[in-house]
Design a protein around this ligand. Structure first.
Ligand code: NAD
Length: 464
């Protein structure tokens, strides 16, 4: 399979934009039958090309097949199924549940209108769910879109550019491939919604570009996701679930456990549990395991080894490297709150363990950082759960596991504060790409109630 990626010529980009805008304006996306057909085609594209798509990401990221099926392609197929089952319900006009008596006979309805032409810009780490997941909402809500996948996964992005026009309406859903220049050109144009997933730095560039046209924007960004291991928990099971989350995509995930806060007296027990579980997961060591992919680029590998050189913590697991893209799943203990590992999102296979005195200190550490996508807490104690619910901010609070929040399509997935704004998954995606349009009809029969508002204004009217 070729991994060369043909960038879209810059001069073609305005034409591509105009094509999806014209397609939207043609009204073709309005009937539910059209949306349903596009959703079915999207599901078909994934099912008929699963092998090829899984192989593409294996080439680009060394990602094991199971991970691609379970965490990347599978959730899109599931999302398509949910959208197909729910389309009628989601698109149904809504009525306010209660109106005051003097307005009881008004017709008040909220209609769900498509927004128009959407721009989706995506990163490389889970390129199917992050690219096609939002597209489900775009289609269900009756929009058209241009998709800009990441140049960092060239085999995947080439496959998407080839398959999308074969399966979906090729004038309604178009792919632009490229890097900064191409994305900048796209951002110069007027869109009806921009959906961006990626780094905080580029998120600001996107939000600035969107502001010029007052375009609504969704920002799905990154951040440092903390994990709290409370004293009242099964330490071994907690370690297993945390390490599972950490090793997924070699830690290159926006919701990857970034650092673990643990009571100082429990740190050694937690470390021993990580070491035991690591032996179970990778008997020959994580570098040799076929179940672990690689780091996206030598540049990022060097950034990560740089962190290990500069940290004042002690390596308790891993630390080894191989070639220019591989690094062992690495655990660093006795990490101080001001250590280099506590500065930026780690985004790689390093987990920092930070000893603290109590849950209050854990909350202070979490609150001293920009809000994360997820706060993970392992505890059986309801009071501790409530303490983190009240005392911290994040897109999601996930108790006693990592990652499983992403399986719940019935709730919004998104950030808080610097990890982004807006959300998606399931009906939330539909809502993101819909305009809630209020409709009011004030019947003439209502006139007796309205007479009071007309001039000339009198004291009797005010008293009435
Ligand atoms: P990135 O921001 O470098 O790239 C994302 C997209 O932006 C790519 O398509 C790229 O071509 C484009 N881009 C890059 N630089 C640009 C520029 N200067 N102007 C315009 N466009 C530009 O992000 P990445 O490295 O691919 O992804 C890593 C980040 O994404 C991490 O911070 C991670 O946490 C975050 N992320 C967030 C989520 C989420 O759901 N919240 C999911 C995955 C990744």
């Amino acid at each position: 399979m070729a991994s060369s990626l043909k960038y879209t010529p810059l001069e073609d980009i305005p034409k591509i934009h105009d094509t999806v805008v014209a397609k939207f304006n043609s009204g073709i996306t309005r009937p539910l039958a059209w949306r349903r057909q596009q959703l079915i085609q999207l599901g078909k594209m994934l099912q008929e090309n699963e092998e090829r798509l899984a192989e593409a990401i294996h080439i680009d990221l060394g990602k094991p097949r199971l991970e691609t099926t379970v965490a990347d392609i599978g959730p899109v197929v599931y999302g398509v199924t949910v959208a197909l089952e729910s389309l009628e319900e989601w698109t149904a006009p809504e009525k306010p549940s209660k109106l005051p008596q003097w307005r009881a006979n008004w017709d008040t309805t909220v209609y769900k209108s498509p927004k128009g032409a959407v721009l989706i810009i995506t990163p490389w780490n889970y390129p199917y769910i992050i690219t096609l997941g939002p597209l489900i909402g775009v289609i269900a809500a009756g929009n058209t879109a241009v998709i800009k996948p990441s140049e960092m996964v060239p085999t995947v992005s080439a496959a998407l550019a080839e398959l999308i026009p074969k399966y979906l309406d090729p004038e309604a859903f178009m792919v632009v491939n490229g890097a900064v220049e191409e994305t900048t050109r796209l951002l110069d144009l007027r869109w009806d919604h921009i959906f961006y997933t990626g780094s905080n730095r580029v998120g600001r560039v996107v939000a600035t570009a969107a502001a010029k046209n007052v375009t609504p924007v969704t920002l799905e960004l990154g951040g440092k996701c903390p994990v709290v291991v409370d004293s009242n928990t099964d330490v071994e099971l907690a370690a297993k679930r945390i390490l599972y989350g950490k090793q997924a995509n070699v830690g290159q995930v926006c919701v990857s456990p970034d650092y673990v806060l643990v009571h100082r007296s429990k740190q050694d027990e937690v470390i021993a549990a990580f070491q035991k579980i690591a032996k179970q997961f990778w008997p020959e060591g994580s570098l040799k395991s076929p179940d672990i992919g690689h780091i996206i680029s030598p540049l990022h590998r060097n950034r990560l080894t740089g962190l290990l050189e500069k940290t004042n913590g002690k390596i308790a697991l891993g630390g080894g490297v191989e070639g220019d893209k591989k690094m062992e799943i690495t655990i660093v203990k006795d990490v101080g709150v001001n250590d280099i590992l506590m500065e930026d999102e780690i985004y790689g296979p390093i987990l920092a363990v930070v000893p603290v005195e109590d849950t209050d200190e854990a909350i202070r550490v979490i609150s001293s950082k920009p809000s994360a996508l997820v706060v993970y807490v392992f505890t059986e104690d309801e009071a501790v759960k409530n303490k983190f619910l009240q005392g911290t901010a994040s897109g999601t609070l996930c108790l006693n596991d990592t990652y499983q929040q992403l399986a719940v399509h019935e709730m919004p997935f998104g950030g808080a504060g610097e990890s982004g704004y807006g959300a998606y998954l399931g009906k939330t995606s539909f809502d993101t790409f819909s305009q809630s349009r209020s409709y009011v009809n004030v019947p003439f029969a209502n006139e007796p109630y309205m007479a009071v508002r007309y001039p000339p204004y009198t004291d009797e009217a005010v008293d009435a």
